[in-house]
Design a protein around this ligand. Structure first.
Ligand code: ATP
Ligand code: MG
Length: 436
């Protein structure tokens, strides 16, 4: 609160419990204005909503009326006024101003109603003030809040793995390499191996960190920097791990439905669409998924990877996420455990979001046998030196364990029904863009 003011309220609070005739103070930014002679209609926004302010010559000092009349869009203001019902105003009520203080003026705002996507991205530092972007950020905060609450309730400890690393967890081509004094290091693509090390002290761990992928492909679901929620659990097989995943994702969705229905509607997502997100999620084997896709006309065989196009077709009719399990060993990472009941495959699962959104989680049971793991590293021509510490985890009290990685922006994109993943993060990093 600024000094000398009666305590201002959030616009959302004023509108949700309006008391006609009561004096209110608000502080925010000019969203739009229009004036007709002796009266100015200014719509003011803050983090909670927008309200119409009517500024009438004679009801307040002349200088303040002039300020209101000439205040450009995005000027910051403090307004005091009485609440009146007005059916035409957004929210049904307006403030009749008795005081209008300009706090920070504004240059002509570079963003107007019809703008190219590029201009909006160049002005991202200003565009994040938009109501859509504000809504997305609130949904994202609720996704994280729901996740953390569920993880705490289920005895997972949050840990802080390194971002600078010499491991190339998910493969070389998408690594950001950097000079680390006289050596080479990489920006982390995944905390998985560090989390595997941490289960020996904490049993059940998770981390929320940025992950970096030098993804050259320009898709609507790849960022080069994204927020990665990763989890690792001792004494658990792939099936147990899938239960954790479906419960966690359900908890995220429930938190959003509890707190952010208005934001979802503003973004064009009907909250009712998400009501079917309830465990257990469907489980389909990779081989069945390939058959289903072949029936839809895709030219695939056992061993083909499922990319965005296949995932879109496969999930288009779904209303809740779906697991695809038992991918062929050849197309999956070296650390995934072979399924003894179907040795061409590994004990893994991808969770695909419905409505065509596709992969949001990749997870698996981890190989625990030192010999098998070493052989698979060699078969994939991965140099063993950098992995000695990781192999130590199998030398000292190895236990069955499983884990997964979830892309926060992928989940937000689906929940908010966004066209492009870049709108799920305030300052997107993609092949084309690292500014602002
Ligand atoms: P994809 O096949 O879509 O590239 P991936 O198999 O490379 O995904 P993983 O390495 O398993 O993905 O990463 C775990 C999770 O991290 C994914 O399920 C996804 O939610 C998220 N993720 C992976 N790459 C990106 C990216 N470039 N941008 C945003 N999220 C990502
Ligand atoms: Mg990838």
């Amino acid at each position: 609160m600024l000094m000398g003011m009666s305590s201002p309220r959030k616009i959302g609070q004023v509108l949700s419990s309006p008391v006609p005739g009561q004096e209110e103070a608000i502080q925010g930014w000019i969203y739009r204005t229009r004036s007709s002679g002796a009266i100015v209609f200014a719509v003011v926004r803050d983090s909670s909503g927008v309200i119409q302010v009517t500024v009438k010559k004679g009801n307040l000092p002349e200088g303040e009326f002039e300020a209101a009349k000439s205040a450009p869009v995005e000027s910051s203001v403090i307004v005091i006024g009485k609440v009146f019902e007005d059916k035409r105003a957004p929210g049904g009520y307006e403030l009749k101003a008795s005081s209008f203080k300009l706090v920070g003026g504004a240059d002509p705002f570079p963003i107007t109603e019809y703008q190219s996507e590029e201009l909006l991205l160049d002005n991202r530092h200003l565009w994040i003030r938009s109501r859509e972007q504000t809504a997305v950020m609130k949904v994202k905060a609720s996704v994280l809040e729901g996740a953390r609450a569920w993880l705490k309730a289920n005895d997972f400890t949050e840990v802080t793995p390194p971002i600078l690393t010499q491991n190339a967890c998910e493969g070389g081509v998408t690594l950001f390499k950097l000079k680390y004094f006289d050596r080479e290091a990489y920006l982390s693509q995944s905390a998985q191996m560090y989390l595997e090390a941490l289960i020996f002290s904490l049993d059940r761990v998770y981390s929320l960190t940025p992950s970096f992928r030098a993804e050259k492909s320009r898709t609507t679901r790849h960022l080069t920097e994204y927020w990665h929620l990763e989890l690792e659990e001792a004494w658990t097989d792939n099936d147990g791990n899938m239960e954790v995943q479906e419960n966690l994702v359900t908890a995220m969705v429930e938190q959003v439905l509890k707190d952010r229905q208005a934001e979802l509607r503003l973004l064009g997502r009907d909250p009712a669409d998400l009501k079917e997100v309830r465990p257990p999620f469907k489980r389909v084997r990779y081989s069945q998924a390939i058959e289903a896709l072949k029936a839809k006309g895709f030219d695939l065989a056992f061993g083909s990877d499922m990319g965005a196009v296949e995932e879109r077709a496969f999930t288009a009719e779904e209303r809740a996420p779906i697991f695809v399990t038992n991918f062929p060993r050849e197309i999956k990472a070296f650390y995934m455990k072979e399924d003894p009941t179907d040795p061409a495959t590994v004990k893994c699962a991808d969770m695909l979001a419905p409505e065509g959104y596709g992969e949001i989680i990749g997870g698996s049971e981890r190989e625990t046998d030192l010999g098998t793991l070493t052989a698979r590293l060699k078969a994939q021509e991965i140099p063993l030196e950098a992995y000695q510490w990781y192999l130590d985890l199998r030398r000292f009290g190895s236990v069955p364990h499983s884990g997964f990685g979830l892309g926060i922006e992928r989940v937000v994109r689906w929940i908010c029904k966004l066209e492009h993943i870049r709108d799920a993060v305030p300052f997107p990093r993609t092949v084309a863009r690292c500014y602002p």
